[in-house]
Ligand binder design. Structure first.
Ligand code: ATP
Length: 687
């Protein structure tokens, strides 16, 4: 009796509580659903703003990873991404913003269709269970009708996503090219493409970054929107619908279970972003080795260097394959764990949730017949499948996001390095002598450059990009008409002088006075021949339109070619518009003569000749020098040939030990002395 009397009040209390709960259930449901929405959004956001792995680990790891570009889905990634986003979506009225808007509308429309299809599916099965042919046929008709917008939406989605990727790529490529090759309207033409390769160590293969990494980045960025925004929206919408059917309590339980297993999965996910960045870098190196092989095929073939080249190519390839292999293995086991959790574990949770309205009577919900229960089960199951698929995609999108982080790092590295290079900030390994106090002082300094009609160096140090000081303080001048001969041993800094003059290397001290870059033309030993027609080779870098604007015709060009005795090649190669790989079509000497023809076409104030006549016969060389002088071009010549002395009035002679002499050149006297010296040397040998 005593036990009965203690049980009854507690049972009554439970019954009271259940009644109170049933009364306030709609309110509780609403609160739970709202909490769920907030939770999904905040966990997704937190998932995407995870701390970088290096921060969680010890200090030693930090130090090790600091040499590599950091790849993590962290604040730095979002900062870089938002910077790139401003480039690819410049304004809300841009084509890209319109495409993105269209993409979002299509994504929402697809979810709405899926919700409708889930309900329709339930109705079709319910009419089957109830054996009602008319509603069944009507629902089948609805099914067929909804297929029209559903298929239309899917096709449009993939079309718009690809268009978006292409639009991003175009914007980014245009921006990079503007910085890389300079802007026509930019008065400070800083030759980033040269400095990136020669004065900075950070980027090994810009070609790979511009052609491949930007494309991969754009594709990932276009897809990430569909992979993140859409699944988050889907999770919310499907679960909202589900909570209406099975009760928000079940949904909360499901969320707790799913989140716990998702956290486990996330902890097990390897750093795929880092792998992507490394993979891009390694395949860039591999491609670079192959392009060098193709570029220097002739030299390698003559040397018989196939074995060495094979070894180099194989070394790069095996590095790449080893890395890809490791990534594949990690992807394999990660894929197993991922599918096990996302598909199978969550699937079983889902089935349990679907069973709630069948086994338990939810307060405030009327009892259902068999058809109603079947309809509810089929609809809920479909919603659950879609929801778990969407949640799975949120999980996968973390992986996508990591890959995007990998490409973002590469693209951002390119943009940031170009920006630094533009500002004159370089990162390059320096020679050991650069740290000596006296040298370090020179390296820290900067000189000034003035525009002038003449060329003058006043106490300018000649310093290589890796901090090697070739000459501490160089002073010389070149006045118009006073041709300068530059001589000295190999590697003493003769060509480096031209690099400073052309603005390619920084001026570390003193004063440089020089005319603007368009008043110089350089003819190196192996002249550059562009892709294009024969005419393009002579007028490079002008276009045909530029040439016509200058009032020059093809006949004038023929006359110029006649000066270098090359007029016959116009007919031989099939006219001015013939296009070839000119580096292979012309011999070394012919290439030099074309470069001289180019000089005569442009008629600049100054010409820089770096062993520019080494491959042409001496009589031709004399004719070309005299013609240049007649055109009023002042020559700065590097040559070891005494036959050229007589065309110059000044000489700058390096001693190869950091010293130099700058003086008037008396060619006859120098030649006589040289002959006397050779005779004495011969006599000495005889003795
Ligand atoms: N991009 C670069 N980065 C680092 N060092 C460089 C670079 N270009 C040239 N150097 C170095 O600068 C030094 C001088 O080179 P430079 O081309 O001026 O020699 P040079 O006097 O013209 O020799 P040569 O007569 O053999 O052509 C060399 O030691 C060379 O290794």
């Amino acid at each position: 009796m005593a036990i009965q009397s203690t049980l009854r009040p507690s049972q009554e209390r439970v019954a009271q509580l259940v009644n109170a709960y049933a009364k306030h259930r709609p309110l509780v449901q609403r609160a739970l659903t709202a909490a769920f929405v907030v939770y999904v959004i905040s966990t997704t956001f937190r998932g995407f703003t995870a701390k970088p792995a290096s921060k969680r680990k010890g200090k030693g790891k930090d130090a090790e990873s600091s040499s590599k570009p950091r790849v993590a889905v962290d604040a730095l990634f979002y900062q870089r991404l938002s910077r790139i986003l401003r480039i690819v979506i410049p304004s809300l009225r841009s084509k890209e913003a319109m495409l993105l808007c269209m993409h979002s509308s299509l994504l929402i429309f697809r979810t709405v269709i899926s919700l409708y299809v889930a309900a329709l599916d339930g109705k079709i099965v319910a009419s089957l269970v109830r054996a009602q042919p008319v509603p069944f046929l009507l629902n089948i008709l609805r099914w067929l009708l909804v297929a029209i917008p559903a298929t239309w939406t899917n096709s449009w989605l993939s079309y718009v996503q690809n268009k978006l990727a292409l639009a991003y790529r175009t914007r980014l490529t245009q921006e990079v090219m503007k910085q890389y090759l300079g802007d026509e309207n930019d008065p400070n033409d800083v030759k980033v493409f040269y400095k990136l390769a020669n004065l900075d160590d950070r980027i090994k293969n810009p070609d790979q970054m511009i052609t491949h990494d930007i494309q991969r980045f754009s594709t990932h960025l276009a897809a990430i929107y569909a992979n993140v925004a859409k699944p988050v929206l889907d999770v919310i919408l499907y679960n909202y619908q589900l909570s209406q059917n099975v009760g928000a309590e079940g949904l909360v339980l499901l969320t707790v279970l799913v989140q716990a297993s998702a956290a486990l999965l996330r902890a097990l996910t390897p750093p795929f972003g880092q792998y992507t960045a490394l993979s891009a870098q390694l395949s860039g190196n591999f491609r670079h080795t192959h392009s060098r092989l193709a570029e220097f095929a002739e030299e390698i073939a003559f040397f018989g260097g196939e074995e060495t080249e094979k070894m180099l190519v194989e070394r790069e390839y095996s590095g790449l394959v080893k890395h890809e292999d490791r990534v594949l293995r990690r992807r394999w086991w990660h894929g197993c764990v991922e599918e096990g959790i996302v598909k199978w574990l969550w699937g079983s949770f889902g089935l349990c949730i679907c069973a709630i309205p069948v086994f338990f009577k939810l307060p405030g919900v009327a009892a259902l017949d068999m058809g109603g229960r079947t309809e509810g089960f089929v609809t809920n199951r479909r919603l659950l499948l879609s929801s778990s698929d969407a949640f799975g995609r949120v999980m996968y999108s973390y992986k996508d996001l990591q890959e995007l982080a990998g490409y973002t790092t590469r693209v951002a590295l390119l943009l940031e390095t170009m920006e630094d290079v533009k500002k004159g900030k370089f990162e390059k390994a320096l020679v050991s002598s650069a740290s000596i106090e006296e040298n370090a002082k020179i390296l820290k300094g900067r000189g000034v450059v003035y525009e002038s009609d003449e060329i003058e160096f006043e106490n300018v140090p000649i310093v290589t990009p890796n901090g090697d000081i070739l000459v501490r303080s160089l002073s010389f001048y070149v006045k118009p008409g006073q041709h300068l001969l530059i001589v000295g041993p190999n590697g003493c800094g003769k060509s480096s002088l031209f690099r400073i003059l052309g603005g390619l290397w920084p001026v570390y001290g003193g004063i440089v006075r020089k005319p603007p870059a368009d008043q110089f033309i350089l003819i190196p030993q192996r002249p550059y021949l562009s892709l294009g027609t024969l005419r393009d080779q002579v007028i490079y870098p002008h276009s045909k339109e530029d040439m016509e604007r200058r009032g020059i015709t093809d006949d004038d060009l023929l006359e110029i070619l006649a000066v270098v005795q090359m007029e016959h090649i116009v007919e031989r190669e099939g006219g001015w518009d013939a296009a070839r790989e000119w580096r292979e079509a012309l011999s070394g000497g012919d290439q030099q003569k074309i470069a001289w023809a180019r000089l005569f076409y442009h008629k600049p104030k100054y010409a820089v000749l770096d062993e520019a006549t080494s491959l042409v016969p001496p009589d031709m060389e004399g004719m070309m020098m005299e013609h240049a002088t007649r055109l009023g071009i002042t020559l700065l010549t590097v040559s070891h040939r005494p036959s050229l002395w007589k065309y110059h009035s000044m000489i700058l002679q390096y001693d190869g030990q950091g010293g130099y002499v700058f003086t008037k050149l008396d060619a006859e006297k120098r030649l006589a002395l040289q002959q006397e010296k050779e005779a004495l040397d011969l006599k000495l040998l005889e003795v």
